[in-house]
Design a protein around this ligand. Structure first.
Ligand code: TYD
Length: 180
């Protein structure tokens, strides 16, 4: 979750400041929707991830905190700069909290509102992330050794209904795999 916070140029003079966002120029996606939340009464919000949607959060008034969680690491951000925004990419669990009374959190989004893009249960989010990070490896000798001890563990042996086997028969099976 590096480089999630982006600083923007605030064009300023004695009349005040101006910050501008442009799709695919200083915002990394096409902006299809803008919404903002306010009057939160310090009640936390969010608690979901999106399957595809990318969002950009700017606290245009007051302050709040945002927790980002990619399923492996969590990071908390404080949003209190008018010329700073936080990217929330797809498949990032996010929670917003500690809103100041005057907090207005503006969100630029890469797509229209679509409830089917939401993942609202943390356990579902975690299992989807784990599925994405599953690594396929070639079956090697180290795995063979490990599987011999796993499959001879009485509980695993019972649950997987593995018949008795020897290291020699396992080796033959391993060699037969290479012929496929
Ligand atoms: P939700 O995204 O759950 O809010 P938060 O993440 O801030 O807790 O949205 C709250 C409600 O508003 C929900 O019923 C969906 C609706 N909604 C829209 O109709 N359009 C939108 O653009 C958004 C973001 C939400």
């Amino acid at each position: 979750m590096k480089n999630d916070l982006i600083d923007f140029q605030a064009i300023g003079d004695e009349r005040g400041y101006l910050v501008s966002f442009e799709a695919k120029r200083n915002i990394p996606f096409d902006i299809k929707r803008v919404y903002y939340i306010y009057g939160m009464n310090d009640k936390p919000r969010g608690f979901h991830a999106h399957k595809k949607l990318q969002q950009f959060l700017v606290c245009v008034s007051g302050s709040c905190k945002v927790l980002l969680d990619n399923g492996q690491d969590k990071k908390e951000y404080v949003l209190n700069q008018r010329n700073q925004g936080l990217i929330v990419k797809e498949m990032i669990w996010h929670e917003m909290y500690e809103f100041s009374e005057d907090c207005v959190l503006m969100v630029l989004a890469s797509d229209f509102y679509d409830e089917s893009d939401y993942i609202r249960q943390y356990e579902v989010f975690k299992s989807l992330i784990e599925r994405e990070t599953l690594e396929f490896r070639e079956y090697d000798r180290a795995t063979l050794e490990c599987s011999y001890s796993w499959l001879n563990d009485p509980e695993i042996k019972f649950l997987t209904m593995t018949p008795d086997f020897t290291k020699e028969s396992q080796e033959n099976w391993f060699v037969s795999l290479k012929k496929i």
